[in-house]
Write a protein that binds this ligand. Structure first.
Ligand SMILES: [Zn+2]
Length: 359
């Protein structure tokens, strides 16, 4: 068929740092026997080996293949423990240069260097969000996963989200060990922990959610969180099927580091859904929802919810331009409205006088 178009696909959770994996990633010395062993023997070795040139090559290779497959939006989750500061600029430059829309974060963790490492990861996110001016790229705050960070780090991530008016992107309940870890720390589950530590702002992105109960998924969705289902990765890592995600429409499709060919991801979604008694049609819905998720970072949106301002008329509670809030709680946040109005009054008087004096 010619002359037909469709919107570009969105990969709502991926890892550009693993972009070189299809080019001969070395197999682990010993066959991993659990999800954590897969992380330890493969991905946590790859991320420690990354430097600036390999990260750049990885990101550019991944983006090139993504665009060729019709994937025009990427939500990335990045870690390179031996190249933290400036790493998000390397990825962002690759996205902007090659022309892919992207939402980036640094996944702060304590697993290599404790709290110091986590602070550096969070600061890289903050630095990037404040400095980034690339029109195709937005930054958010990231945490690796609950089981590799302390309560202090989660609390700090929540504070940064509030300071920078942004959201959190984090792996949640990808493996049962993440849920067990949250329980050991005195919480019912990883979502409960994020909520209690003030780190689940509306619009946050929770990758996986495999080992959550239906009520835990509903609680997160009611708070405006997004879930991302990653069928190929879940099957490859044998971590289980996220049955409880059928509790919400706020589910997008991600490849979790696999190449961003979303038609392949959709095929595996359908196979896995059928095999687990779930609705295969949820896959297409998740693909569409990925675009909604991405648009929330770039679009111009007005809340239907209104507040009554000093002049008496109802005004939108929140107005967002290019994904950035310009009005919050009915108040302009991009300028001092009082000063703007005073300047206008003063200049108007002077201007009308000059106008009258003109012949
Ligand atoms: Zn992931």
């Amino acid at each position: 068929m010619t002359g037909m178009t469709q919107p570009g696909a969105v990969n709502a959770h991926t890892h550009l740092y693993s972009g070189l994996a299809p080019l001969g990633l070395p197999a682990p010395a010993k066959e991993p026997e659990s999800f954590v062993q897969i992380l330890e023997s493969i991905w946590w070795r790859l991320d420690r080996a990354l430097d600036e040139p390999s990260l750049r090559a990885s990101a550019r290779y991944y983006i090139g293949e993504a665009l060729l497959a019709g994937t025009t939006g990427l939500v990335d989750h990045h870690e390179s423990p031996n190249f933290i500061e400036g790493s998000l600029d390397v990825i962002a430059d690759a996205c902007q240069d090659m022309g892919v829309r992207a939402v980036l974060c640094y996944g702060a963790t304590e697993r290599n260097g404790g709290r110091e490492e986590a602070k550096r990861g969070l600061l890289e996110g903050r630095r990037f969000i404040k400095a980034n001016r690339r029109p195709l790229v937005k930054g958010v705050i990231g945490l690796h996963a609950g089981f590799t960070v302390s309560d202090e780090t989660i609390r700090e991530a929540g504070n940064l989200c509030r300071e920078l008016d942004t959201v959190l992107h984090v792996h949640v309940a990808e493996d049962a060990s993440d849920v067990a870890d949250a329980r050991d720390r005195g919480y019912t589950d990883p979502v409960d922990r994020l909520v209690k530590l003030g780190a689940l702002p509306e619009g946050s992105i929770l990758a996986h959610g495999i080992h959550l109960t239906p009520s835990q998924v509903r609680m997160a969705a009611d708070r405006g969180a997004w879930f991302v289902q990653n069928p190929r990765s879940n099957r490859g890592n044998k971590v289980g099927y996220p049955s409880a995600l059928n509790q919400t429409d706020r589910v997008a499709l991600g490849s979790d580091g696999y190449p961003a060919v979303m038609s392949d991801e959709l095929d595996v979604f359908r196979e896995e859904a059928e095999a687990h008694g779930d609705l295969p049609a949820r896959g297409q819905k998740a693909l569409v929802q990925g675009r909604t998720l991405l648009e929330s970072f770039f679009a111009d949106v007005i809340d239907n919810d209104t507040v009554t301002q000093e002049r008496g008329e109802p005004l939108p509670r929140r107005v967002t331009v290019g994904g950035k809030a310009v009005v919050k709680d009915g108040r302009l946040v991009t300028a001092d409205l009082h000063a703007v109005r005073n300047d206008a009054q003063r200049e108007a008087v002077v201007l009308w006088e000059r106008m009258r004096a003109l012949a």
